[in-house]
Write a protein that binds this ligand. Structure first.
Ligand code: ZN
Ligand code: ZN
Length: 313
């Protein structure tokens, strides 16, 4: 009797186990396929073609490389305006040709120094990998050689900030702002308020809000056009302008998803600019300008110490 009962029970267990096992396995395989799938095309893809290039060469794509280095603060960049984004119609490239000249090499060296990479002056694989990551459109500011230090928060030249009398800032959304954008921005504002003296108050009067949030596409009348999916994901202006633009063509999400950008993380970053913080080279910091695929961050010591130092809290 016992023997006759054991066999069907065994079969039932075997069936359940194998079904579960295959369910787990196939789930695992689909995740692997997702992770292994190539990233979607990016405006920074031209950099792949430049791997190994160095001074003295003429390689197709060096023109775009010079434009990249100029745009992000490493080559002939005009940092005279306090917000560092383009304020005039001069969107000319860095050199206009594909010659990898001395200035280009020097700009690559600056970039490598700022990101704590081996300073070679050539377009090596680590430099290409860093440069190809999606990033903020605000140019970087170099502060000597602080790369790799625990704290590296920075301010804009002249330390523009909201006046002490203005600890309540109003914020508004341009009509048509996606719902998940509103949610992520509100959460970021709450978390920024919790580490500073600021309170943020919603206003329907978008045009007169201190902080103006909008999703924009390609050319949008501020001389800093967005570039479609990948590449630059957002940009913002320092006080007292306080405008924050997100590239509406990015794959925005809330949370960690492959090949997507977390709206909360980027909102925190851009609000940092709108309060007066510049880019940090501390990789864990919210104010680090590059974002890894599916990366989600919360405010770090570097960000919090930065805002407290700027407003002497
Ligand atoms: Zn930024
Ligand atoms: Zn813009």
């Amino acid at each position: 009797m016992t023997h006759k009962l054991v066999t069907p029970l065994f079969l039932i267990f075997f069936f359940i186990f194998s079904t579960l096992y295959h369910a787990v396995l196939s789930d695992d395989q689909s995740n692997k396929t997702e992770e292994a799938s190539p990233p979607p095309p990016s405006p920074f893809d031209f950099l792949k073609n430049l791997l190994g290039s160095q001074k003295g060469q003429n390689v197709k794509g060096v023109k775009e490389l010079k434009e990249y280095l100029k745009r992000f603060g490493y080559l002939n960049h005009d940092q005279s305006s306090s917000n560092y984004l383009n304020t005039n119609n001069n969107n000319e490239g860095g050199g206009g040709d594909d010659d990898f000249d001395e200035q280009t090499e020097s700009a690559i060296r600056k970039f490598q120094q700022n990101y704590n990479l081996t300073v070679t002056g050539s377009v090596d694989s680590k430099t290409v990998s860093k440069m190809m990551m999606p990033r903020c459109g605000v140019p970087d500011k170099m502060n000597g050689n602080n790369a790799g230090f625990h704290l590296d928060y920075k301010f804009y030249d002249g330390n523009p900030k909201w006046p002490p009398s203005k600890s309540t800032l109003t914020y508004g959304f341009l009509n048509g702002t996606p719902r998940q954008g509103v949610y992520a921005i509100r959460k970021s504002l709450q978390d920024s308020a919790s580490v500073s003296h600021f309170t943020f108050k919603y206003t329907e009067d978008y045009a007169n809000a201190d902080l103006k949030f909008s999703f924009q596409k390609r050319y949008h009348k501020d001389n800093n056009p967005f570039d479609g999916p990948g590449g630059v994901y957002a940009h913002a202006w320092a006080p007292p302008i306080g405008a924050v633009h997100f590239d509406s063509e990015e794959r925005w999400t809330l949370g960690k998803f492959p090949h997507s950008i977390d709206l909360y993380t980027i909102s925190l970053h851009e609000i940092g600019h709108a309060l007066g913080l510049q880019h940090s080279t501390v990789q864990a910091a919210v104010m680090y300008p590059y974002v890894g695929a599916g990366e989600v961050k919360n405010l770090q010591d570097d960000d919090i110490e930065g805002i407290r130092a700027l407003y002497t809290l």
